[in-house]
Structure formats: C-alpha cells, structure tokens
Design a protein around this ligand. Structure first.
Ligand code: ADP
Ligand code: ADP
Length: 231
C-alpha cells in the first residue's frame, strides 16, 4: 500500500459560486480502505479525479507516499493508481482483453504475462475469459462493463485503488462477491483503497474508516464503522 495525504485540497469549477471541494485535509494510511459516503454533488468524484490527476486542484496538495502527484511522471502515476468508475470508462473500439491489457502494456509487461493477467482478472470479477475477452463493451450489460472496468483497474497490480461507485450497476449477488474480493485484496496485498459510494450499507461493510461528507466535501465524520454506527 501507500499513504495518501490531502492538504487544504480545494477545487472551484469556473462559473460555480461554491467550491466543489473546500480545504479538505486528510491522511489515509497505507493498506487502509477508506470509504467516502455522502449525497450526490458533495464532491466525491472531484476528489478522486484530483488524486488521479485527471483534474487539477485549484489549490492544495496531494501526496502519495510523500511524493506530490503533480511531480510524478504519468507512467509512474499509472503504476501507482488503479481507477474504476461507475460508467466503466471502457474504450468502445477495444475488446475487453485490450481494455484490461492497457496499463500492463503501457508499463512494459510482456505479452505472455499480460495475457495471463487478463484471464486472471476476468476470473476474479466472475466473467469467463473464453466467453468475454474478445467482446466489445457494447456487447456487455452495464454490470458486466463495470466488472471489466474493475478488472482493468486491478490489472497492473497498483498499490492504490480509487473506486468511484464501481459496483452501482452490478447485480446484488455479484456485488457481494466483488466487495469480498476487494476486502481480500486489501488484507492480503495491502492495497490502499479509496472507495466512493452513496450507499451507507456498502460503506459500513467495506470501510476501515468512513468519511461522511456534506456539501462541498465538508467532513461531518471520519471514523470507524463501529464509531459511526454508535453516534
Ligand atoms: P459527487 O461525486 O459527490 O456526486 P461531484 O464531485 O461530481 O460530486 O460534484 C461536486 C460539485 O461540483 C457539484 O456541485 C457538481 O455540480 C460540480 N461539478 C462537478 N463537475 C463539474 C464540472 N466539470 N464543471 C462544473 N461543475 C462541476
Ligand atoms: P495486439 O495485437 O495489439 O497485441 P491483441 O488483440 O492481440 O492486440 O491483444 C491485446 C491484448 O489483449 C494483448 O496484449 C493480450 O494480453 C490480451 N489478449 C489478447 N487475446 C487474449 C486472449 N485470448 N485471452 C486473454 N488475453 C488476451
């Protein structure tokens, strides 16, 4: 795992009067699974996008293992962070296998290692590799697309996983299985995971600590599930 530090992290989108994220300070420990839970529009996605450097903060800093993400070269950042989102973000012109192989290829894995990994990841998300590797995203259900998105995020074995409502469209039984897999990856491989959801039960199940957010990412509570349930 890796530590993630947010220091006075702020994002103002042009034209909006209120900041989407306003001076957030937080330290996430290596190997910790932290869940952000809060209403739609409270800045959860914006926070994850800033950590993943998809958008620039207006001010403040983000450090992973002490290193400012703005100083990290893009390949190193891809090695460090796996990112899965609600809409899956799969490239429509690429097959399932090509989508999952994207980051491993980019960071220089061999063809044979990448191919084995693609199959392993499809198994992990409960999709038969023989049936699914050659399909295009449009040939999958919404839930299957999300599962491929999760497989892609995990493919290069990054120490940090950022997951933005990654199981929202997945059927309840598969979701339960994927939640258990995520907990296993964290425990066995010490991944640092930041998981966003609006589902309080999912937050309670997954989180070592839970960040309860109000508007503009104001932190109402940041504590263990046990402490949050008794408050
Ligand atoms: P959440 O993930 O908690 O639903 P978001 O981070 O998506 O919240 O959004 C936080 C706030 O920022 C919302 O008020 C939203 O309307 C606004 N916002 C998000 N993305 C943009 C954008 N690209 N341009 C302008 N405003 C945005
Ligand atoms: P390219 O010729 O650009 O490598 P391919 O379609 O052959 O494109 O494969 C893209 C990636 O998808 C490969 O790097 C490989 O790891 C993976 N891949 C291709 N075919 C399979 C397969 N049958 N099973 C699992 N992974 C595969």
């Amino acid at each position: 795992g890796a530590t993630i530090e947010l220091e006075n992290l702020t994002k103002r989108y042009p034209g909006n009067s209120d900041p989407a994220v306003d001076s957030v300070n937080m330290e996430i420990k290596a190997g910790e699974l932290v869940v952000f839970v809060g209403p739609s529009g409270c800045g959860k996605s914006t926070t994850l996008k800033m950590i993943n450097r998809l958008i620039e903060p207006t001010s403040g800093r983000i450090r992973i293992d002490g290193e400012d993400v703005t100083d990290m070269d893009p390949v190193k950042l891809r090695r460090k962070i796996g990112y899965a989102i609600q809409s899956s973000g799969l490239f429509p012109h690429m097959t399932v296998a090509q989508n999952i192989a994207l980051v491993p290829k980019m960071i220089g894995w061999s063809k044979s290692k990448t191919k084995a990994r693609v199959e392993e990841m499809l198994d992990l998300v409960g999709l038969d590799p023989a049936e699914f590797h050659g399909r295009y995203p449009r040939q999958l259900s919404g839930g299957q697309q999300q599962r491929v998105g999760v497989a892609r995020a995990l493919a290069a074995d990054p120490p940090v996983l950022l997951m933005d409502e990654p199981f929202g469209a997945v059927d309840p039984i598969t979701r339960d299985h994927l939640q258990d897999e995520l907990i296993r990856l964290q425990r066995e491989l010490h991944k640092t995971i930041v998981f966003v959801t609006h589902d309080f039960d999912e937050a309670i199940k997954l989180g070592d600590r839970i960040v309860v957010l109000r508007e503009r990412s104001h932190i109402a509570q940041f504590d263990t599930p046990e402490a949050i349930l008794t408050n």
